[in-house]
Design a protein around this ligand. Structure first.
Ligand SMILES: [Mg+2]
Length: 373
C-alpha cells in the first residue's frame, strides 16, 4: 500500500499589515496536507512559504507539493524511512513543501504511538517553551501600546523590529529601500517599548540585515546603554563577510551584546562560525523537524546556541517548532508567538488549533498530543 497525500490551501490575512525591513505583509497562503496510510491514521502538516521573505512563491510551493504527492503514491508505506526521505528530497528543492510532509510524518507517527511528537524526539522534553512578543516596524507610540498589552497578558520578553525608516505618523518602510538608516527612529521605538515594559523585561532587536557595520555599531551602542539596555541583536548586518567586522568593531567600542544570525545563516550556513552567539532556525524553510535537528546539532558542534522562530507559520508549523524546541530543551525566549498576527476568523479549524497554542504567561504549553496538536 502507498501513502496518500491530500493538499488544501488557505489564504489568511494579517490582523495588522506588517512592515519589516524586507517588505510589507498583508496576507499569506498556508498549504495544509493530510497524509493517510492503510491503517486510516491521518498525519497533518503545513507548508508556509513567504515569498517576500524567503523568495518561495505560492506557485513553486504548490508545484513542489503536487510532485511530492505523486511520488508518495509510488512509495510502499512499509519502505525504510531513509529510502523514503531520499526519494522525497530528490523530488523537489522546495524546503517548505518538504517540511509539510516531514510534519505530517511526525504527526502520523505520534498518532500511531499515542504520544506527543516531543516525546518521540527526546525523553523528558520541556512542558512548554518561552516566547517573546514580536513588535513590528511601527511608530513608537504604537509599539508602546502593543508592548503594554503583551506585558499585561504575561509576556516578559520582547523583540522589536529595527532598521526601518519612520514615514509620517503611522508607518515605516525598510531603511534599505531608502538607502539610509533612521537610527533615531529605531532608538525611539525601542525606548518606548522599554518604558512600557519596565527595566526587568528582556528586549532584543531584529534589523533583518538592514544596517551597515558602522550603522550597527552606532545603533547598538545607543540601544545597549541604559535605560534601553537590550541584550540581543538579531541579524544586525547582512552577509557572512560583514559579521567578523561587526564583532571586531563592537569589541573595539566595548559594546557587549549577544548577536544572533538569521537570514545570513540561511544563505550561508558557514556564517555561524563568523561571529554570532546564536543562530535562528526556522522550521518552514529548513525542511521540517528532521532537518532542523540536523542544523541544530551542527550549530551546537560550532559552539553556537540555537533559537527557533517562525516565518508567520500556521498552527501546525508553530506546534512542530514547539515540539522541537521542547525536545531540544531551549530555555531562551523564542520567536514562536506569531499566531495572533494572523486573522483566522475565516478558517475556524485553524483558529481552533491556534487557540491550543496560545501563550500563557509568556510560554506556549507543549500540546499534549498525540501527534503535533
Ligand atoms: Mg529575524
Amino acid at each position: 500500500m502507498a501513502l496518500s497525500l491530500a493538499i488544501t490551501e488557505q489564504v489568511v490575512g494579517f490582523r495588522e499589515p506588517l512592515p519589516t525591513a524586507w517588505g510589507r505583509l498583508d496576507r499569506r497562503t498556508l498549504f495544509l496536507v493530510e497524509l493517510t496510510g492503510s491503517d486510516g491514521i491521518v498525519g497533518r502538516g503545513e507548508a508556509a512559504p513567504l515569498e517576500a521573505y524567503d523568495g518561495v512563491s505560492d506557485d513553486a510551493c504548490r508545484a513542489g507539493l503536487r510532485a511530492l504527492a505523486a511520488e508518495l503514491a509510488q512509495i510502499d508505506e512499509d519502505a525504510p524511512g531513509h529510502l523514503v526521505l531520499d526519494r522525497l528530497s530528490a523530488t523537489t528543492p522546495v524546503q517548505q513543501a518538504l517540511a509539510a510532509i516531514d510534519l505530517a510524518f511526525w504527526d502520523r507517527g505520534g498518532r500511531r504511538s499515542g504520544q506527543p511528537v516531543a516525546e518521540l524526539l527526546a525523553s523528558g522534553p520541556l512542558d512548554g517553551v518561552a516566547v517573546h512578543k514580536t513588535i513590528g516596524g511601527v511608530p513608537a507610540a504604537r509599539a508602546a501600546e502593543i508592548a503594554r498589552e503583551a506585558a499585561a497578558v504575561g509576556f516578559t520578553a520582547f523583540k522589536v523590529k529595527v532598521g526601518l525608516r519612520v514615514v509620517g505618523e503611522t508607518g515605516c518602510e525598510p531603511a534599505t529601500s531608502t538607502g539610509a538608516a533612521d537610527i533615531d527612529g529605531d532608538v525611539a521605538r525601542v525606548l518606548a517599548v522599554r518604558e512600557a515594559v519596565g527595566p526587568e523585561a528582556r528586549i532584543k532587536v531584529d534589523a533583518n540585515g538592514a544596517w551597515s557595520v558602522d550603522e550597527a555599531v552606532e545603533a547598538l551602542g545607543r540601544l545597549t546603554a541604559r535605560p534601553i539596555a537590550i541584550r540581543t541583536a538579531e541579524e544586525p548586518v547582512s552577509g557572512g563577510d560583514a559579521w567578523p567586522h561587526l564583532r571586531a568593531a563592537l569589541n573595539a567600542a566595548r559594546i557587549d551584546i549577544e548577536l544572533s544570525v538569521d537570514e545570513t545563516a540561511d544563505r550561508e550556513p558557514g556564517a555561524i562560525r563568523r561571529g554570532p552567539d546564536v543562530v535562528e532556525l526556522k522550521l518552514a524553510r529548513t525542511g521540517g523537524i528532521g532537518p532542523l535537528l540536523v542544523r541544530a546539532s551542527l550549530a551546537q558542534i560550532a559552539g553556537v546556541q540555537i533559537a527557533l522562530a517562525s516565518t508567520f507559520d500556521g498552527p501546525l508549523g508553530i506546534a512542530a517548532a514547539v515540539h522541537a524546541a521542547a525536545a531540544l530543551k531551549i530555555e531562551r525566549p523564542l520567536g514562536l508567538a506569531t499566531l495572533d498576527a494572523l486573522d483566522l476568523d475565516d478558517a475556524p479549524e485553524l483558529a481552533d488549533l491556534a487557540q491550543r497554542l496560545a501563550p500563557v504567561g509568556g510560554r506556549i504549553p507543549l500540546p499534549p498530543g498525540p501527534g503535533l496538536v
